[in-house]
Design a protein around this ligand. Structure first.
Ligand code: GLN
Length: 546
């Protein structure tokens, strides 16, 4: 039977609860303990798929096609596992399931209530993940902070779990913030005491308190939290702000959290091995020469909207022993004032995923710039559609080619719904989602990058390359280097007469891992790093030429 670690948050949100969960997974996995993770999101949306990235950042997609919170991406990257739809639970899903059962007559005659019906449904989700993943330890993050109205049923459910599976099989971890007062130069514990009180009020006594702070936490502060919150002294774990999120597992291990969890859950003797992770962090902290990359997108004001893209770039530059200088270019600005300064210094250009017409013409301009100036280009989903539109405009000598997403009446719909997709109008759950196979063409940049001919990557889009234009674009120099095995769908395209202009209909960023960058990102940076741009100096020879 699986054991459960429930992680709640106190005081304020955005203190790194997700990274803490991912890091706990990492330090347990480094002891050869099989783990899985789950995120509980208290909002009423069924999934974040229809939410604007401005609300919750990137929508992460699992291999089986669930549209989830970006925290799942961190779990996958830190624990190095592939999660499934069972790892993402929202109040919307829970209530829909309970109401569907009520309509079907499953509770005939009963009054349907939050306790027990909603909480039972929530607990079912815990057990479902435990059974499916066969993990020894399932780590479950309760989204939001203790005290939120929507979060109450989740907290009640995790409280009940202690009796359901036995107190030796359950651990409660509370992640809080210790604010610092400049006037008195003090780190304060009172908000933590309050949030622990709030937890106790509903019957949960935390076993471990992880204390986030921008300032060092003294022994005295630890004693105080231990005393007032009634947790063991060694169970007060300081987690000061670190320069890279990848350092968090090392900090937690150093503070003894791994051993503490093993002891408390009775997991038996285990040796921790964080050597590779330590090497990765050492490399991140070593000064490296940056590669200048421009990211041209419409959500650039909120960096979290491209979380996995940013991480994949980080993995790729580390592979090449380089750093990243990522310049965010709002595509709308490129459209209106034609300011190309970011592009002029870029050694590579990325156009990431997105929806809707805003900023599209600016992205097309960026693609023209990359094609004409032979700057490495990586298109991710929408970025591929933009590359196809741009190339079609060039080939046809017209500015009319478009996607029917942006111009329903274009005479040249190079990106369109497939004929069998027409008629699907709902916005939720009508996309091509999750893993699909892709056959790569021998000798193409994509095939060279992956080093194999059949790959699986994750999708999230409605529109597709329109097959009517294949022949024309291929003749003009576009290589359709990745196709679905039945040949019907174009999954990767690239330009023949260009050093590296490659785009995929899928999102390669979701499968990139620290130490194992996604091949397209890796090769994109591999080519970009050697491109010389405006203002850059060629490296000086170490010895004078003879
Ligand atoms: N809007 C495009 C489509 O739906 C691209 C989606 C994306 O980039 N994820 O096909």
């Amino acid at each position: 039977m699986s054991k459960y670690i429930f992680v709640t948050g106190g005081v304020v949100s955005s203190v790194g609860k997700g990274i803490t969960v991912a890091s706990i997974g990492n330090i347990l996995k480094s002891r050869q303990i099989a783990v899985s993770a789950q995120k509980l999101d208290p909002y009423l949306n069924v999934d974040p798929g229809t939410m604007s990235p401005y609300q919750h950042g990137e929508v992460f997609v699992t291999q089986d096609g669930a549209e989830t919170d970006l925290d799942l991406g961190n779990y996958e990257r830190f624990i190095d596992i592939n999660l499934t739809a069972e790892s993402s639970v929202t109040s919307g899903q829970i209530y829909s399931a309970v109401i569907a059962k009520e309509r079907r007559g499953d509770f005939l005659g009963g009054t349907i209530q939050v306790v027990p019906h909603v909480t039972t449904e929530i607990k079912e989700r815990f057990k479902r993940l435990a059974e499916k993943s066969k993990a020894e330890v399932v780590i479950i993050e309760v989204g939001g902070t203790v005290g939120d109205i929507e979060g109450q049923p989740f907290l009640e459910a995790i409280r009940q779990m202690r009796n359901d599976v036995g107190r030796d099989n359950v651990l409660y971890v509370h992640v809080t913030l210790l604010p610092h007062l400049n006037s008195t130069q003090e780190v304060k514990t009172k908000p933590t005491q309050h949030s622990v009180n709030e937890l106790r009020r509903i019957g949960i006594q935390p076993d471990i308190i992880v204390c986030r702070s921008d300032y060092p936490i003294s022994e005295g502060i630890r004693d105080k939290i231990s005393l007032f919150c009634d947790v063991e002294r060694r169970a007060v774990i300081p987690l000061p702000t670190v320069s890279t999120i990848y350092e968090v597992p090392l900090v937690l291990e150093e503070e003894g959290l791994g051993q503490l969890i093993v002891d408390k859950l009775g997991l038996g003797p285990h040796q921790s091995d964080l050597k590779q992770w330590q090497e990765l962090v050492n490399l991140i902290k070593t000064p490296r020469e940056p590669v200048n990359i421009a990211l041209v997108g419409k959500y650039v004001e909120l960096k979290d909207a491209y979380f996995s893209v940013r991480e994949a770039l980080q993995h790729a530059v580390l592979y090449h022993g380089r750093d990243i200088a990522l310049n965010w270019a709002p595509s709308e600005a490129l459209e209106t004032n034609g300011d190309y300064s970011v592009l002029r210094s870029a050694q590579g250009i990325i156009v990431p995923g997105g929806f809707g017409i805003r900023g599209i013409e600016g992205m097309i301009k960026a693609a023209t710039y990359a094609r004409e100036n032979k700057i490495p280009y990586l298109g991710l989903c929408l970025g591929m559609q933009v590359m196809v539109i741009e190339f079609a405009r060039y080939v046809l000598g017209s500015n009319k080619p478009n996607s029917t997403e942006f111009d329903a009446n274009t005479p040249y719909p190079v990106i369109d719904f497939l004929p069998d997709q027409r008629g699907k109008v709902a916005k939720g759950g009508t996309m091509r989602l999750g893993n699909y196979p892709c056959q790569l063409v021998d000798g193409s940049h994509a095939a060279i990058a992956y080093g194999q001919s059949l790959v699986y990557e994750r999708h999230r889009h409605r529109y597709e390359f329109n097959n009517e234009y294949r022949e024309q674009l291929e003749k003009a120099g576009m290589v359709l280097s990745g196709l679905s095995p039945d040949g019907r769908l174009v999954e990767v395209c690239e330009l023949a007469d260009h050093p590296w202009m490659v785009s995929s209909q899928f999102h390669p960023e979701f499968t990139s891992r620290p130490g194992r960058p996604n091949p397209l990102f890796r090769d994109f940076i591999g080519v970009a790093k050697d491109i010389l741009r405006e203002g850059a100096q060629p490296p000086l020879p170490l010895s004078p030429p003879d």
